[in-house]
Ligand binder design. Structure first.
Ligand SMILES: NC(=O)c1ccc[n+]([C@@H]2O[C@H](COP(=O)([O-])OP(=O)(O)OC[C@H]3O[C@@H](n4cnc5c(N)ncnc54)[C@H](OP(=O)(O)O)[C@@H]3O)[C@@H](O)[C@H]2O)c1
Length: 305
């Protein structure tokens, strides 16, 4: 049966595709809109205070919380670090409190997190049982997950979705890589030995829809494809998919010069994660293999949102 679902970060790269997927599947979707909400299906929400228009929201079955300052949106100046952190832990805690106070709280809160929570882990295999690591992103993600506690204390089922690199040509990391790769300027980053935990955007939104119906699943859930690859393999596969050479490595020092600390934590950091919880629960990936995922994501008629 269709559920009534509210989504924060609805206008983002994941939110847009999620809304399209849920609406196609017969769910009713409400968008949590920052500031004054005048759009249809929009519910006003103030991240800075946590104020939520409970009357417009009504009774929802679930909330999917995707909102947050874009992590790759620019060099990590002190101001950007502050904005990234403030829009995760504190914002999530205020939202969790507001949800807990609703006359009829939602049954489920699926709250975004990231594989960055593990820090830089080299070749170690990671799953939901692996403890968090160190670094700016790892700390932000830990605070982000901990911030949902008011919702859990109110009896709401909370899922922490530890998302890997989301692939689709219409946004995110892949959209940023396409131009240099198409110009034949693609190449491995640093040594290329760092592991990339990726997921096709269509599998991510299908996994979120699947989790909405898994009443017994809670806590951390990795949203990554079952086959992580090294950056070297990722680079080769993208070059092949675009039929372009991808042989110009970008040295680590150049990445650090260009991107500062963001280079080490986003581009050179290694996470070899497997989606244990999703696979155990029986979720079936439509795009488990990277070469095939690139082919699907880059096909001229690929669905974009
Ligand atoms: N894309 C990835 O590869 C990836 C990987 C790991 C984790 N994630 C996480 O998954 C979530 C969704 O990712 P995405 O790629 O869709 O991100 P996105 O495209 O940057 O969208 C995030 C949305 O959050 C809202 N937002 C922006 N700044 C905000 C702020 N300061 N305070 C509150 N809300 C703000 C905006 O939506 P509204 O204007 O509609 O409010 C924005 O469209 C994010 O939290 C992201 O960190 C993404």
């Amino acid at each position: 049966m269709g559920q009534r679902i509210a989504i924060s970060g609805a206008s983002g790269f994941v939110g847009r595709a999620l809304i399209a997927h849920l609406e196609r599947s017969g769910h009713e979707v409400l968008r949590l809109v920052r500031g004054s909400a005048s759009e249809p299906h929009g519910v006003r929400w103030q991240p800075d205070t946590g104020e939520l228009d409970g009357r417009a929201l009504g009774a929802v079955d679930a909330v999917v919380h995707l909102a947050g300052e874009n992590v790759a949106g620019g060099r990590w100046t002190p101001a950007r670090r502050a904005a990234i952190a403030a829009s995760r832990g504190p914002t999530t805690e205020r939202l969790a409190r507001s949800l807990a106070r609703l006359p009829v709280p939602p049954r489920t809160l699926i709250s975004a997190s990231a594989t960055g929570i593990y820090g830089d882990c080299g070749d170690a295999r990671l799953d939901e049982r692996t403890p968090p690591g160190q670094g700016f992103l790892a700390e932000v993600a830990q605070a982000w997950e901990a911030a949902t506690q008011p919702a859990a204390s109110a009896g709401i089922r909370v899922v922490h979705l530890r998302i890997g690199m989301v692939l689709d040509q219409s946004g995110g990391a892949l959209a940023r890589m396409l131009l240099p790769f198409r110009l034949g300027l693609g190449g491995r980053l640093g040594s290329g030995q760092q592991w990339v935990s990726w997921i096709h955007r269509q599998d991510l939104v299908a996994a979120i829809a699947f989790l909405l119906g898994q009443e017994s699943l809670r806590g951390p859930v990795l949203a990554v494809a079952p086959e992580p690859v090294t950056n070297r393999e990722f680079t080769r596969a993208l070059g092949r998919a675009l039929r372009r050479p991808a042989v110009l490595p970008v040295p680590a020092f150049a990445l650090r010069l260009l991107f500062g600390a963001m280079a080490d934590e986003l581009l050179l950091s290694s996470q070899r994660a497997t989606p244990r919880a999703l696979l155990t629960a029986g979720f079936q990936f439509a795009h488990p293999n990277l070469a095939e995922a690139f082919a699907a994501a880059l096909a001229p008629g690929a669905r974009t949102a």
